[in-house]
Design a protein around this ligand. Sequence first.
Ligand code: FES
Length: 375
Amino acid sequence: MPKKSRILSDPKSREYGYDKAYKLAYRLAGEQLAQIKDVKAQCLKAGAGYSQAKQLITLDYLNQSALISLPDIEISLLDSEEPVPIREKILLLHYLISAKGIPLSNQMITYKELPGGANYFPSFAGRAIKPLLDYFGREPYRLIEVAKKLGGVSTQCGDAAVTFKALPRVPVTLVLWGGDDEFPPRGSIVFDRSITDYLATEDVNVLCETIVWSLVKSVGNNPGQGIKDKLDGILACYSNDKSDLIPILQEIQEAFGYLPREAMQAVARFLRLADSTVYGTATFYTQFKLKPGGRRRIMVCRGTACHACGGVRILSETEKQLGIKSGETAADQSNSLETIACLGACSLAPVMMVNHSIYGRLKAAKVKQILKEAK
Ligand code: FES
């Protein structure tokens, strides 16, 4: 058996395994489509076009037209040389096969309300919600701007929301709440209840991931424009005096919640300092964060007074409850945990802080309840 476990742990073998699985899924989906007797009727249910003479299905897909030729089941994009990734080919075939022709219900549901959605949610959150927040959470208005290029339409929801007609009968809405001084940004992706009549939950995962990464790629054409605009506003208030480095970094952190790499580079150019000087200053002071934090920022004091009153137990209980170590952010960006030298409330030791609320005279047994209730 050692031989078997060695093969499984080899990443190339895993890739090969996925590749094989996708090819098999694609073949099976193609066979299912080929077995449909009345292709025209099925295309009507899916909102797709069908030309019997050309043996060709035309399917609108994310602001493009996918062409599916029969009987060989070749899939390409109209007016594009770009190949369709196999996961998306499978998604398109699954949609065509499963479509029931049910009209929109106009009732919105979240991912967790899909069949098995609660179980798949951690993977969905990591693959679709996290990149959405990483790239647009701090500047929700940019989502609308970028989505327009991909056929997304602005919708009244949250601080910024866009709806994509992802497939003819499947709208997908991305929603962002930009957060404020107390709360970091949040995001969600919602669907019409009828989506279950068109796609399985795994396919919804693939679809949302594809939409979000198309948006991210589109941002990549113009990286950090939003950051640049904000930065210009901050730097306009300063001269090129090198002694302003720390106040500038503090203002940037205030504006973004952390120090984006592009911002540090711009500050270096503005003050005529080496990038390494700015980066070295940012890493020297614990007040500066180089990565976006979680929606809740939790700080446990490790100062002398708190240490003497059991601060270590508070920290280890907090780590246990959150499932992350000090200095880490949860994968779903719900919480980030850090330690601090003194929270300035030594008379209440041991102390922790959740966003802007201080909790003092703590006992390890109280931590769970605090984390449950604190906003
Ligand atoms: S040592 Fe903890 S608040 Fe001062």
